[in-house]
Design a protein around this ligand. Structure first.
Ligand SMILES: Cc1cc2nc3c(=O)[nH]c(=O)nc-3n(C[C@H](O)[C@H](O)[C@H](O)COP(=O)(O)OP(=O)(O)OC[C@H]3O[C@@H](n4cnc5c(N)ncnc54)[C@H](O)[C@@H]3O)c2cc1C
Length: 395
């Protein structure tokens, strides 16, 4: 049987979120960019409607939703406020990591605050000298009795200056390469944790920046998963975030196309609505269809994940092409709306800046193509790689 339909419950959820996104989030989307401020009250609002706890078990305050439903949330919130889609994606990724790999004690301590949207969590892998080659990180976690002592700098971290806690990757045995990396849950209130924000082109409200760990003493029970095995264990989560990122971007792009269709139906040139010209309607059709194809690849990937089947190739494809097709569509919409869309009075210029970031974050086009090549070509491709590089390709 082949069934492409959402359930009745998912359709209701989609309608509710579309309304919330376009009526509550969209009107203030550009405000947070101008004020360079993360609207924590709206993050919490998403918590109140269950968006921040979708991949958290019910006993810890979540709704234990499936991945397809989580994708619907990413897409619909993307219509209203692209930056608030981080509340879907980061929370699904980190919620899953904690629920799957952390001790019961840590789940009880952290998951309810994550699921309710009261606290914000970030994930810290990238470093100034290790981006795509994520296993090249240098942050160290040294065993010192009851604690691990963390030292190092993480860069490009979303919610760097806002997060209450981070999932941090550090080397616990540098001699083991990517097998010597472990994951820790680190409260940003611990002594020695500091952060600073960047002047990014987009995602301004997300306060991306660096997080510094200076002799941070992390209790041993804050290790997530097995010692030295954090990298491999936790990397599986990135197949989820990649699919969600694709849908976040598609949501922002489809909203832009919907707005543009309204515009070209009413705006006149040479005595006729713009929509009557093929030079205007064909680009709209092209982008709409590209996004439609991408969207179904994303939902298929999420469905495969829900079935416990392999979806790494699908996730990498969606992560590579989702932000790319979306920024191309938004760019076209901006042009079709004329000069007014080039001003900060309309959301299009901000959407373009915001979406471009995810052509880099969570793995560049090349990083994802490496993942796909590894899946499609296998050993012959791998033999061209330096040492074990493809194992290290960043999520
Ligand atoms: C919007 C955004 C959100 C982010 N959020 C987070 C976060 O929350 N947590 C976190 O840890 N990090 C985050 N990052 C960091 C992000 O994951 C890295 O920037 C990304 O992995 C790329 O690393 P880099 O910037 O060091 O680029 P590099 O790795 O230096 O790459 C530079 C260029 O070289 C290319 N390249 C590298 N190696 C190869 C190769 N072998 N073959 C071909 N091309 C190659 C890359 O594709 C890229 O085009 C975020 C970044 C952005 C922009």
């Amino acid at each position: 049987m082949l069934d492409f339909s959402f359930t009745e419950e998912q359709e209701d959820f989609k309608r509710t979120l579309k309304k919330l996104a376009t009526e509550e989030l969209l009107p203030s989307y550009t405000k947070w960019d101008k004020e360079k401020k993360l609207p924590r009250h709206l993050w919490k609002r998403l918590g109140d409607v269950g968006i921040t706890g979708l991949r958290v078990p019910e006993q810890f305050g979540g709704s234990a939703a499936d991945c397809v439903t989580t994708g619907i949330a990413a897409e619909e919130i993307g219509r209203g406020d692209f930056n608030l889609t981080y509340a879907v994606m980061l929370n699904a990724l980190i919620g899953e990591i904690i629920a799957t790999h952390a001790s019961e004690e840590l789940k009880e301590e952290f998951l309810p605050a994550l699921a309710s949207g009261e606290q914000i969590f970030g994930i810290a892998i990238t470093e100034p000298d290790a981006g795509t080659d994520a296993a090249g990180i240098k942050t160290s976690a040294v065993d010192d009795g009851d604690v691990y002592v963390l030292n190092g700098e993480k860069s490009g971290i979303s919610v760097a200056t806002e997060a209450d806690a981070f999932v941090v990757f550090a080397k616990t045995d540098p001699s083991l390469g990517n097998r010597g990396i472990s994951a820790f849950l680190v409260s940003s209130r611990l002594d020695g944790v500091e952060s600073s924000s960047y002047d990014d082109m987009g995602n301004v409200a997300i306060s991306r920046g660096s997080v510094y760990f200076n002799d941070v003493r992390v209790p041993k029970n804050y290790l997530i998963g097995e010692l030295h095995a954090g990298f491999k264990q936790v990397m599986n989560g990135f197949d989820l975030s990649r699919l969600l990122i694709g849908l976040q971007c598609v949501g922002a792009a489809v909203q832009s196309l919907d707005e543009t269709i309204q515009h070209v139906k009413t705006r006149q040139s040479f005595g006729q609505p713009l929509a009557t010209y093929q030079g205007v309607s064909f680009p709209i059709v092209t982008h709409y269809q590209q996004l439609e194809m991408l969207k179904w690849q994303a939902y298929r990937g999420l469905w495969l994940r829900d079935q416990g089947r392999s979806h790494t190739k699908e996730a990498a494809t969606v992560k590579w092409l989702g932000p790319k097709y979306s920024q191309e569509a938004i760019h076209e919409c901006l042009l079709l709306n004329g000069h007014y869309a080039y001003t900060k009075e309309m959301p299009l210029e901000q959407r373009l800046r915001d979406v471009i970031g995810l052509e880099i974050g969570d793995g560049t086009a090349q990083a994802n193509q490496m993942v796909i090549a590894k899946q499609l070509i296998g050993k012959a491709y791998r033999s061209y790689q330096h040492s074990n590089q493809t194992e290290q390709v960043k999520g």
